[in-house]
Design a protein around this ligand. Structure first.
Ligand code: SF4
Ligand code: SF4
Length: 99
């Protein structure tokens, strides 16, 4: 299993990543400092600071940064939905390997 896999499924197929509400984000950088996976970066676009996300760096089902953001700007997808997607992908793998 590669590092990019989650339970045998390619990480980039799993819908789990931090969503930033840019109406609330103040680019304070707290999420950048906090996330050990380096999922966040503060970048500059057209002379303006913006917080960017590398979605596949986020640990599946971690929500740590949500509580760290002073503006409440970070959210994640619905956990039940994501678990459903994972089950489906696993079932597909089992079905495909049976032939
Ligand atoms: S902690 Fe919240 S407000 Fe600060 S940069 Fe991250 S998302 Fe934006
Ligand atoms: S949920 Fe966890 S792994 Fe994902 S971006 Fe936030 S702190 Fe990093």
């Amino acid at each position: 299993m590669s590092k990019a896999d989650y339970e045998g499924i390619p990480r980039n197929k799993i819908p789990w990543d931090p969503k930033i509400d840019y109406n609330k984000c103040t680019t304070c950088g707290k999420c950048v400092e906090f996330c050990h996976m380096n999922a966040f970066k503060i970048e500059e676009e057209n002379g303006k600071k913006i917080t960017t996300v590398n979605p596949n760096s986020c640990v599946v089902f971690c929500r740590g940064c949500e509580g760290v953001c002073p503006s409440g700007a970070i959210d994640h997808p619905d956990e039940t939905q994501t678990r459903r997607v994972i089950s489906k992908l696993k079932n597909n793998q089992i079905t495909n390997s049976a032939y």
